[in-house]
Design a protein around this ligand. Structure first.
Ligand code: SAH
Length: 339
């Protein structure tokens, strides 16, 4: 059985036509799906006979909210959603001046093994389907009752390790008759799966690519990010240059700054060398607390010096505002089974 939300609009239309039904039924069904129905019964204007036919091939159950937390500091909301098979993922809604942003997961768990990240503890269970990625946006939007305008694929999982499904999700979420979220309002973050970057570049989508760089030498990066044993910094940067050539978009580099690991001016210097000639922005993220490890944030002065060094050499750097810190909704704190 397939999730009905795994279908693109065109595919849905083909199914409807193959049942001998009128085309306009697909548009009615699509509207219900976008609104966030969790069963066929809720589709009031769709004939029962058609719903019966669909039911035989496509299930529709949506996401169940197991837990919802709201930050008292900044209003950030974190959802623990249960999928049809009992697996769970987390999704976060953040309120920014430029609009409401949802941070979505692309997998249940993660195989990447970054030492500072909670999402990878316990490894990868499975990848999400396009419909399950989409449902996070739909159900978050339904819950808050306001339009979500931006998406960051920065939740649990490695999107480029699930690229087939992520590509289809991007197509569906962008579709004008559906959520209609512009590609320019979507960011995709990767720990650095180089072949995935080349594949994504082929689509030439104006989405923002974010690279979780976090270190400036291969030795140091490999020690905190196992993916660096497969794809070295040089290869990664080469792929970024290619991506930029193809998609003409500024690349965003994430730098989780960790006390005693990657927080020196020498690191800032290395970073300048690495990023030379790339149109980019550096997001410095003071490392967030994860119970299972002992990484600490550097002193604020050290972080400020790090950023000033980048800025004074022509690279814009901002310290990422920590949102949802009182509900463990910050970068690297999302996990499956968070009850
Ligand atoms: N797998 C993708 C998507 C996850 S995005 C990726 O690695 O990019 C989540 C971001 O938060 C990544 O940049 C990740 O490296 C970062 N992160 C993970 N743990 C963190 C922590 N404890 N503190 C700050 N940032 C962290």
């Amino acid at each position: 059985m397939t999730n009905l939300r795994d279908l693109s609009y065109k595919e849905l239309e083909e199914v409807i036509i193959s049942y001998g039904e009128k085309k306009f039924r697909s548009s009615q069904i699509w509207d219900w799906l976008t609104k966030g129905v969790s069963s066929y019964d809720e589709m009031l204007n769709v004939p029962l006979s058609l719903k019966e036919k669909l039911k035989e091939e496509y299930f529709l159950c949506g996401l169940e909210t197991v837990k919802k937390l709201e930050s008292k500091i900044d209003g950030t909301k974190k959802y623990l959603f249960r999928l049809y098979d009992g697996n769970m993922v987390e999704t976060v809604v953040m309120y920014y001046k430029h609009g409401i942003t949802v941070c979505i997961s692309s997998q249940v768990g993660c195989a990447m093994g970054c030492k500072f990240c909670a999402s990878t503890i316990g490894g990868l269970v499975r990848s999400l389907t396009p419909g399950e990625i989409l449902e996070q946006v739909i159900y978050a939007q339904k819950d808050i009752g306001e339009r979500i305008s931006n998406i960051v694929m920065m939740g649990i999982g490695e999107p480029l390790a699930n690229l087939g499904n992520v590509k289809k999700f991007l197509e569906i979420v962008n579709f004008e008759k559906g959520l209609n979220i512009g590609y320019r309002h979507i960011s995709l973050s990767t720990c650095g799966i180089v072949p995935g970057i080349y594949e994504l570049a082929k689509l030439k989508l104006p989405i923002t690519l974010s690279i979780s760089l976090h270190a400036t030498t291969n030795e140091s990066r490999s020690s905190i990010m196992p993916v660096n044993n497969t794809y070295k910094i040089e290869e990664l940067i080469e792929a970024c240059r290619h991506y930029q050539k193809e998609c003409s978009r500024r690349i965003s580099f994430e730098y989780a700054i960790i006390k005693g690991v990657n927080d020196t001016l020498k690191d800032a210097d290395n970073l300048l060398k690495i990023l030379k000639g790339i149109m980019c922005h550096v997001n410095v993220i003071p490392v967030n607390n994860v119970e299972e490890n002992s990484f600490e944030k550097p002193d604020p002065k050290k972080i400020k010096d790090f950023c000033s060094h980048l800025e004074s050499h022509g690279i814009t750097a901002t310290v990422r505002r920590e949102l949802g810190s009182d509900i463990n909704a910050s970068c690297g704190q999302l996990r499956k089974n968070n009850l």
